[in-house]
Design a protein around this ligand. Structure first.
Ligand code: NAP
Length: 307
């Protein structure tokens, strides 16, 4: 039986959207399946200042521009939470959580990563009551309040800067005194009078008052002394893990769940490509994700024509 689509793209972050744009422009019948808003991590980012041609653009605006571009040549965009992929007789069946099955000749997986949780007691229950993994979504609820960010990477420092437009104070808790974030961004954060750093402390316990977050108990990695950092909100930005569970049965992942591809974004399953942050790679940026997306789409187009 002929598959429904020539290409299915799973995920519509910058990598998936670029693949969709390239493939549909080459007149490949393309379906994009996405289980959240288009843009992926980008749509939850306040400002993007390192994507060429845009000196400064909000993550939401760049996401919408890419989304519109990804659909400009006829790709179909649909909600779908992919739970499994099976390849049989040269055709991929892509299964979604609601029981639907979509078939295609080739698949490009572009599902990125999921924010890591600290693993503290009540961390899940307090989401919406002060714990948030998205400053862009929830920062404005904490106008003139003190808030806490955990982490020293680009996400933590970028989002701390974003939060300063609403809140009275951001305390950034870091387990070391070494940043992973871009030095320029760190310098801006250090100059900002609303941002304070607590180095060499690990989170121990979320403090609450009346069922809402009121602070974070932290412990010194040097003296083991504990203290409480005040804050009505806790934003953990401690990295992310690949969102790749649905690929487990195909054995294309490393021990941490990242996908292993060659320079052409090919996995060891012919016709299956993976792109963006879910791949084993050195630099996770919007620009590297879009590059992956273009490379994979070109390979998929060649594969579809030949098979
Ligand atoms: P990241 O770079 O991995 O940084 C994670 C931070 O969280 C580190 O400071 C880490 O400390 C800390 N951490 C990890 N586990 C912790 C724990 N259990 N308790 C306390 N702290 C903990 O993660 P990210 O900031 O989410 O960035 C992910 C990727 O996206 C990176 O490649 C980043 O460059 C990229 N990104 C880029 C931009 C940009 O270019 N503007 C923006 C956002 C993200 P240690 O250092 O001690 O491990």
């Amino acid at each position: 039986m002929e598959p429904q689509y020539q290409l299915i793209i799973i995920g519509s972050g910058p990598a998936g959207m670029t693949s969709a744009m390239y493939a549909s422009r080459a007149e490949v019948k393309t379906l994009i399946l996405e289980n959240a808003a288009p843009g992926g991590k980008m749509v939850k980012t306040h400002l993007v200042e390192n994507y060429p041609a845009f000196e400064s653009i909000t993550g939401v605006d760049l996401s919408m521009k890419m989304h519109n571009h990804s659909l400009a040549f006829g790709a179909v965009y649909q909600y779908g939470d992919v739970v499994n992929i099976i390849k049989e007789n040269g055709v991929f069946s892509v299964h979604t959580a609601d029981g639907s099955v979509y078939t295609s000749k080739a698949v490009i997986a572009a599902t990125g990563t999921i924010e890591r949780k600290i693993g503290l007691d009540q961390e899940d229950e307090l989401v919406g009551k002060g714990v948030s993994y998205c400053a862009v979504c929830d920062g404005a609820f904490f106008k003139n309040r003190e808030v806490i960010v955990v982490g020293g990477g680009d996400s933590a420092i970028d989002e701390s800067l974003y939060l300063t437009q609403f809140v009275s104070k951001v305390t950034v808790v870091m387990r070391r005194d070494v940043f992973r974030a871009d030095p320029g961004t760190v310098a801006r954060a250090k100059e900002n009078p609303k941002i304070h750093f607590v180095y060499n402390h690990t989170p121990q316990e979320i403090m609450t008052e009346g069922g809402l977050v009121s602070g974070l108990k932290v412990k010194s990695t040097e003296t083991s002394e504990e203290k409480i950092v005040k804050g009505a909100a806790l934003f953990p930005y401690i990295g992310a893990d690949p969102a790749t569970k649905y690929l487990k049965s195909l054995s294309v992942l490393d021990e941490w769940g990242y996908s292993q591809v060659n320079d052409y974004m090919e996995t060891k399953i012919t016709g299956l490509y993976t792109v963006g942050d879910m791949n084993q790679k050195h630099l996770r940026q919007i620009v590297t994700a879009t590059a992956d997306g273009a490379i994979a789409a070109q390979q998929a187009i060649d594969y579809i024509i030949k098979n």
